[in-house]
Design a protein around this ligand. Structure first.
Ligand code: LP5
Ligand code: MN
Length: 247
């Protein structure tokens, strides 16, 4: 086992892995066996899975398959840090133990060559989406989660399918700007983290934005979602670069 201390730091999000997405699954396998092997650390900023109903769902062959590929990476010495997304916040200790990844609670501040960067999934910044934020507050409550996880897996899957249908229908009615980040929430996040660099996913709007917090220019890098290729962000030698592994 070795740690790639001189390798790049990599960031990915919004893969939405599921058995039906064969090309994206292949892209993830190739990414883990390729660029991720050289990484100093791989940060997964949420929505690794299309949804996660609880760690007992690790018994599903597809989930075991993905877990095995993650384990193959962590045992060769690449640390993998996972921040929950709005679809896989029920990933817990059992999944982490099975794969060797580390669960971190957002916001996470890291140092990239001496420059602090704050990492988030991004959904918490979408404060204009009041219906979603109310939903989020409910399902992120540990008491609610314990009660939900106590239900049988089949029942949880059925409930999630209902929420997904509701969410997809609701998104058709919501204005696009409601589902993007709120400027004031972004500024507050920069101020709270006391840094001028932010990396997040969730919105599926890959772009680099400049904001001004307390008169300072601050960079916000939005990660790309995955559709059959492996788009990622790499930090190396003081520079962030968007890359994409084609499979
Ligand atoms: O994920 P994305 O980007 O498509 O949409 C999100 C918000 N939607 C969600 C829901 C997830 O996509 C699907 C559920 C994931 C499973 C989590 C595990 C366990 C949860 C158990 C729940 C009981 O997060 C969407 C945002 C969008 O991002 C952009 O930011 O708009 O938010 C919504 O659509 C939420 C609605 O606004 C409110 C939902 C109320 C739910 C009521 C359910 C009623 C039906 C129940 C039937 C049994
Ligand atoms: Mn998301």
């Amino acid at each position: 086992m070795s740690t790639q201390v001189d390798g790049p730091v990599l960031f990915i999000a919004d893969l939405h892995l599921c058995a039906a997405e064969v090309a994206t699954t292949r892209a993830f396998e190739a990414f883990l066996a390729g660029p991720a092997r050289q990484a100093r650390t791989l940060y997964i900023l949420g929505d690794l899975f299309e949804y996660w109903a609880g760690d007992d769902d690790l018994a599903a062959p597809y989930h075991r398959h993905i877990a095995k590929h993650l384990t193959d990476l962590t045992i060769t010495g690449t640390p993998v840090v996972f921040l929950a997304g709005n679809r896989d916040f029920l990933i817990g200790a059992e999944f982490c133990a099975a794969t060797g990844i580390t669960l971190a609670i957002e916001p996470v501040t890291i140092s990239l060559g001496g420059r602090d960067a704050v990492l988030l999934h991004g959904d918490i910044l979408c404060t204009d989406d009041h219906a979603y934020q109310a939903f989020r507050q409910q399902v992120r409550n540990p008491v609610w989660q314990a009660a939900f996880l106590a239900r049988p897996l089949d029942e949880r899957r059925a409930i999630i399918e209902g929420v997904r249908a509701h969410s997809e229908a609701g998104k058709q009615q919501k204005a696009a700007n409601i589902m993007d980040v709120n400027e004031a929430a972004v500024i507050s996040a920069f101020q709270a983290a006391r840094c001028d660099l932010m990396i997040h996913g969730h919105t599926h709007r890959p772009a680099t934005h400049i904001h001004h917090a307390d008169g300072r220019p601050c960079e916000r890098w939005v990660l790309s979602d995955w559709h059959g290729t492996a788009p990622y962000l790499a930090w190396s030698d003081g520079t962030l670069t968007r890359k994409e592994l084609l499979v």
